[in-house]
Design a protein around this ligand. Sequence first.
Ligand code: PNS
Length: 165
Amino acid sequence: MVVAVYPGSFDPATYGHLDVIKRASDAFDRIVVGVLHNSAKSPLFSVEERVKILEKATQGIHNIIVKPFEGLSVNFARENGAQVIVRGLRAVTDFEYELQMAQTNRVLAPDIDTVFMTTSLEYAYLSSTIMKEVARFGGDLSRFAPPEITSEVRRKLSMLSESEK
Ligand code: PNS
């Protein structure tokens, strides 16, 4: 039984993340999606909201569970009995950071491997940051995430003042 964790910020998840989750759920026996609670960052959604959003968006996938986590991804992997960390690679611009992170994780935990999934081409340009930027200016989000996520983005932004956006 191969368990993989997929750690990330997911603020919020996009079609790109959901594509990696779906493909990873086919490739591994169990996927534990780890939503990072990073007190140094100020995300649009709280960690609890990001977990809820992802749970809703992945309802149809039987072998996945979504959990919040703090601290190192390798510790999260160990706590969940995972042998693999999954990350998505969109473009060469992701590569340097991802390689550095994978190599650091390898030093910290030689028993855990990082597996990269190349993001499907139609989502290669996409990020949570880009989606939020378009949302702030009222653009169409339908190509970026499913309705259950885009509605949450719109709802959240409508609750914030201009300076908080
Ligand atoms: O979605 P993101 O923001 O690209 O995800 C980055 C994430 C959460 C995978 C990365 O920041 C992370 O693993 N953070 C936890 C701390 C850690 O383990 N860092 C890696 C060793 S440098």
